[in-house]
Design a protein around this ligand. Structure first.
Ligand code: 0WD
Ligand code: CA
Length: 389
């Protein structure tokens, strides 16, 4: 294999599962309704499932409700890159300590710093047939920073999103607001507590009101910051977390976290195969990377109602798809990611905050790269470079 390109064919990455250390959380932050950074968990929400509804029952929630009137959308033209992670790093330098390697210190004692979403794209690459990616990498004081750049095709797709696609995006956020509460006890659970005190039984409440404020604002986020290791690569990853389960066996994150998803109702074996092949691949990659043990999925009807809820254990998903025709293998995903990170270490050799190695991939091709020192490509802002100097 030549040093300058990397193959992505899935058959090249079969083998045993590489060592991946369960991530441990070292911090978190919140982004408020104006997308302002806060060094706290004010935007962490609490899993608050409907009481009395059994698995596969229909909660009947209308996830299109409020689309016209109660939706504040984040400005997607604004490219934040690694901004919020760098802000966290700047404020938490002491947490990560320094490391003496050949006499020189690393201000951030990690090989890689990136968003979880970028790693998800890498994990899915051997099985991706539609969308390519661009990942910009800078080596600065011994740490590789990885930041995605929007491809032309992705920009076009975003700008040409149909009303139908916009509504689907909204429905995912609306689902979250039905199943999450701002505090450890949602309104229904408070009712239960009160009802229990009065020794009354509680009726099912299929028309339960969302406990969240009715406005869906996609500026808001709670992000966890975690340390992980993939073979010889130490990682600092941050990712958006939907909610925490106040009744989880372990209250220690990430094992108390829950990922929420919506998907179209599955009506036939063809749709089931496609769900297992595409959706479960992405869902597994995304949650596995952060060590999130549970995924709660809401299946929606064509009319935009949640018709069933299903809970997946992240660790069960590979077993659900094993042996299916045209299936995917989690070891392939992780082996490819491992090779790509090694490839970065082999290729990105100049330690310079202004230099960007841009890795590009399109389905059916190898990963290639170009080198840039034009400020238009820079991924580390000067305030961060100054703070680490
Ligand atoms: O600027 C951009 N193009 C992106 C920004 C792309 C991807 C993520 N982000 C932001 C997110 O808003 C979030 O604050 O980065 C932060 C961390 O993201 P991540 O956890 O690394 O991203 P990912 O795993 O791709 O997505 C996690 C969640 C999504 O959940 P679902 O269940 O749909 O996968 O982050 C949200 C979404 O809820 N999310 C976004 N929110 C606003 N704008 C976006 C986006 N473009 N993409 C994902
Ligand atoms: Ca989600």
């Amino acid at each position: 294999m030549s040093c300058s390109s990397l193959k992505t064919l899935h058959s090249l990455y079969q083998g045993s599962f590489p060592f991946y250390r369960l991530p441990s959380e070292v911090g978190h932050f919140s982004l408020d309704e104006n997308r302002q950074y806060h060094q706290d968990n004010r935007k962490l929400r609490y899993y608050s499932p409907p009481v009395g509804i059994r698995k596969k029952d229909s909660p009947g929630w209308n996830v299109m409700d409020g689309y016209e009137s109660h939706y504040v959308r984040r400005n997607e033209e604004e490219k934040e890159g690694l901004l919020h992670i760098l802000t966290w790093l700047e404020k938490n330098q002491s947490v990560l300590g320094t490391h003496v390697e050949g006499g020189s210190k690393r201000p951030i004692d990690r090989d890689f710093v990136t968003w979880r979403g970028h790693l998800t794209k890498l994990l899915c690459t051997p099985y991706e047939t539609q969308e390519g990616w661009l990942l910009a990498v800078t080596l600065f004081k011994g740490t590789f920073y990885i930041s995605e750049r929007e491809t032309e095709a992705a920009r076009k797709k975003r700008e040409e999103r149909t009303q139908e696609q916009e509504r689907l995006m909204y429905s995912g956020y609306k689902f979250e607001s039905y199943i999450c509460a701002d505090g450890p006890y949602g309104s229904d659970q408070m009712d239960i507590l009160q009802d229990n005190l009065k020794l009354r039984t509680v009726p099912d409440s299929p028309d339960r009101q969302p406990s969240q404020s009715a406005v869906v604002n996609t500026n808001e986020a709670y992000c966890s910051v975690l340390l992980a290791r993939l073979t010889s690569h130490s990682l600092l990853i941050s990712g958006e977390v939907d909610c925490t389960d106040p009744s989880a066996k372990s209250s220690i994150p990430p094992s108390s976290y829950i990922e929420l998803k919506t998907s179209a109702q599955i009506r036939n074996p063809h749709q089931q195969r496609s769900f297992n092949r595409y959706k479960l691949l992405k869902w597994w990659c995304q949650s596995f990377l952060l060590g999130i043990p549970i995924i709660v999925a809401g299946f929606r009807s064509q009319e935009g109602k949640i018709v069933s809820l299903e809970t997946f254990k992240t660790s069960d998903i590979p077993h659900l798809v094993r042996g299916e025709r045209n299936s995917w293998d989690p070891a392939v995903c992780m082996n490819f990611c491992n090779k790509f990170l090694s490839h970065i270490k082999a290729v990105v050799t100049k330690d310079d905050p202004r230099l960007v190695y841009l890795f590009a991939w399109e389905p059916g091709s190898d990963v290639t790269f170009t080198v840039h020192n034009d400020p238009e490509y820079t991924i580390l802002p000067s305030w961060y470079v100054k703070a680490m100097n």
